[in-house]
Design a protein around this ligand. Sequence first.
Ligand code: PLP
Length: 425
Amino acid sequence: MNLPPSSTGFAFSKGCLLLDDTPLVEIAPQLPSTPCFIYSQAELIQRAEVWRESFPPPHSVYVAVKANPNPHLLSMLCNLGLGATTVSAGELRFALRAGFPPSRLFLHGNGKHPEDVRAALEAGALLNVDSAFDLRLIRRLAGELSRPARVLLRINPSGVDGLHPYLATSGEHTKFGLTPREFKELLGDLSPSGPLEVVGLHLHLGSSLTDLAPYQSALSFALEALDAVRHPFPQANLINLGGGLAVDYQRRGAPLPGSRELAKLLIPPAEGAGVRLMVEPGRHIFAPAGAILTRVLGLKYRGGRVLVVVDASMNINPRPALYGAHHAILPLEAHPERERAVCDVVGPICEEADFLARGVEITLPREGEILCVLDCGAYCMSMASRYNLRPLPPEYLWDGSDLRLIRRPEPPEEMLALFPPPLSH
Ligand code: PLP
């Protein structure tokens, strides 16, 4: 485990897990319950600022709301000048609530509900067009609402090798975007005098990319496609290359490329072609800024392994069960005197798939101690469910000196309140 001391985020130093240089053992007693999410404001801001500086105007950075829709976190990113990329009317509503202006909102999706499109048109957001039926829907609603629609056509470059199949969103078999033939046909069906203005192209290669070469090929592919768009729409000059950069979930100090390297590679060819770039990172901004704090309920011994049973589970971090994802799990304080063992860290959900880590060597914790599951700022709370009727947990923001509740714990009665009376007894 390579967690160098740093002034922001989660770092292990001198036997203590720190959050922005404050030992988490000092912060944890202020938390009324576990499991809960805790975010570093400084880390989140710092990560977003690097993105914004890497892609200065006329280029733009839109944060992918699907990674973490907490309006408190989103509003901090909005204040830094980022835009918001959304996938539903619900996410649009959260982004608007967080303060994003219409000029910095984007809605995309391969199966948009009429309500999604209506919300985007009413908000004045940019939309993507993912298929011929999507185009028909957007065109119809733009007409009904008498709203012009500014759109990006979603194209589909070659797939990226080595991604988990659920995280690959380009190539022949993806459900997203237009094949080259569909793109050509759809373009033939669009005219600059209609209610739709094509301002550019959209693509997203997939998620957790550790190599920048696919972005470079995707940009070449998109520049060629943009030439075709510029025949009917000479003003089209925007290419949205999606998100997708990986983070170091293993926490071994892997030298992964970041936004600066990406910008250095992509901005010169884009500017050479008179193109503005848009990027929409989610994971890379949020993941390392958040963690789950969970309490050890007890230990079990199984065939040479120790099962560490904790109170967090797949319902608040489904990533290990869904993608075989790895998250580092650390104690708040080192205990070099204790035994280390190969452990599975499992939760209380009634599923064998409910694990947070499998086969990891850790120092054996004691009952009642708190563990920290790192890199849970993205695709954990946003994918959380109430499976087994476990209410969604609270979220806290650490601002360097104080903890702020940014999502209250969900009272169990609220779940029951969704079912209309009368309940027969
Ligand atoms: N843009 C699009 C179109 C996406 O589908 C996604 C995620 O799947 C993202 C951006 C964000 O990706 P990531 O969180 O990997 O940066």
